[in-house]
Design a protein around this ligand. Sequence first.
Ligand SMILES: Cc1cc2nc3c(=O)[nH]c(=O)nc-3n(C[C@H](O)[C@H](O)[C@H](O)COP(=O)(O)O)c2cc1C
Length: 174
Amino acid sequence: MNAPGHLDAAQFKAAMACFASGVTVVTARAPDGTDHGMTVSSFCSLSLQPPLVLTCIDASATLLPHLLAAETFGISMLSASQGALSTRFADQTIDRFDDVAFSRGATGPALLDGAVAHLECRRVAVHPGGDHHIIVGEVLSARVLTGSPLVYAQRAYGRVAPLPVEPRAPSDGS
Ligand SMILES: Cc1cc2nc3c(=O)[nH]c(=O)nc-3n(C[C@H](O)[C@H](O)[C@H](O)COP(=O)(O)O)c2cc1C
């Protein structure tokens, strides 16, 4: 074990990569009508009542100021066939929305076609989290579409593969 405060960053990253997650594209619409979005796997459900989710956004991400300016944001949970879209929304060299099909949520954010589920959220809190910001959103609408989710683990994309069901132990007759 490293001395406190001397954690090996590469080991930390490698350990965290073992935690499988889904992949989302978080979107916000700027006041001038332009769409902004990025790939985010640090996303989870936070509360049922009220319905809250949270997402962790790098303080240097170009999306952050748009998320902080807009009242609402969108979450598109990507499907297993959308690995390329995940890579696209993490690419700094392209117009991410070019040729990408989406619908618009009632409050404005883009919601990507082909996702397994869409959420539309109202930003209710922002907390500092080291070099990231924790954005808390109240879920205004949730829509389940079709398909199975994209999974990201150990720096690779995959899909959910249910384990075979274990045979039940035979009854002891009592
Ligand atoms: C699968 C995957 C998951 C990611 N998850 C996050 C995340 O949870 N939070 C984050 O800030 N960046 C995450 N990123 C990185 C951003 O998508 C990437 O750095 C993006 O280029 C940042 O946007 P910007 O270049 O417009 O600042 C992820 C990237 C990938 C490919």
